[in-house]
Design a protein around this ligand. Structure first.
Ligand SMILES: C[S@@+](CC[C@H](N)C(=O)[O-])C[C@H]1O[C@@H](n2cnc3c(N)ncnc32)[C@H](O)[C@@H]1O
Length: 218
């Protein structure tokens, strides 16, 4: 598929999520919550795992992760301090405290090789330039333990005419969607060495998304 070109710049990303943070949870509830349910289902979380959520945003999925992994290690990273601040507020009154939330960049996770059982990443790849996809997939592969898995959701092109409306919005009004646009990350995961286990196309209120589960074989 032809992917719209995008730039990546840390400061601009921080700025655009500072602006979007007040309405982000509503947007997510209307267009991404269905994908999030599949992400949690595919993740098949067991207690006592080491789990990393890259681009954890306001902590919507991270909250589900820590509930299911109360005796494990849960790490959430995001570039945006404003999104992280909202995640901290969400989790403040949560019973569990076995989590770390910190600023970090998906391209350089700063974690040891083969150290993570499960890596989750939602609606972030669709913001990144396509020529960085291979580097991202390689970085995810590097930190995952042999036998471990990744579950990733993205904005996708979709199948129906109404789905394609969102491709038009991404083309004409990129700022409305903070630069995200339809992508496919599947080939990059395979190139990095992952084996695809699930690949699901979804639509929620016409917004199309893709959820992929892939494993690093032992
Ligand atoms: C559309 S939001 C998704 C947030 C969350 N994953 C969710 O599904 O609710 C995209 C998030 O990716 C973060 N982000 C963008 N580029 C990133 C990068 N290179 N490393 C880490 N986080 C990044 C943004 O700060 C933002 O919080």
């Amino acid at each position: 598929m032809e992917v719209l070109s995008r730039e990546f710049d840390i400061e601009s990303t921080k700025k655009s999520y500072k602006n979007i943070v007040p309405v982000y949870n509503l947007w997510s509830r209307l267009t991404e919550s269905k994908a999030a349910k599949y992400v949690i289902r595919y993740a098949d979380i067991h207690d006592e795992e080491t789990i990393l959520e890259v681009a954890c945003g306001t902590g919507i999925v991270f909250e589900q992760i820590i509930k299911r992994n109360p005796n494990g290690r849960n790490i959430g990273i995001d570039l945006s301090p404003d999104m992280l601040e909202k995640a901290v507020k969400r989790l403040k009154n949560h019973g569990n405290s076995n989590y770390e939330l910190k600023e970090g960049n998906a391209l350089e996770l700063g974690l040891a090789d083969n150290s993570i059982d499960l890596l989750i990443n939602n609606f972030m790849v669709d913001l990144m330039p396509e020529d960085m996809f291979d580097g991202l997939a390689d970085e995810f592969f590097r930190v995952i333990k042999p036998g471990g898995r990744v579950v990733i959701s993205t904005f996708s092109a979709g199948k129906t005419k109404v789905n394609k409306f969102w491709s038009w919005v991404a083309l004409r009004f990129p700022d409305l969607l903070t630069g995200c646009r339809p992508v496919s990350f599947r080939a990059n995961l395979i190139k990095a060495g992952f084996q695809i286990e699930n690949n699901l196309e979804l639509s929620q209120n016409t917004f199309p998304s893709n959820v992929i589960k892939a494993r690093k074989l032992k």
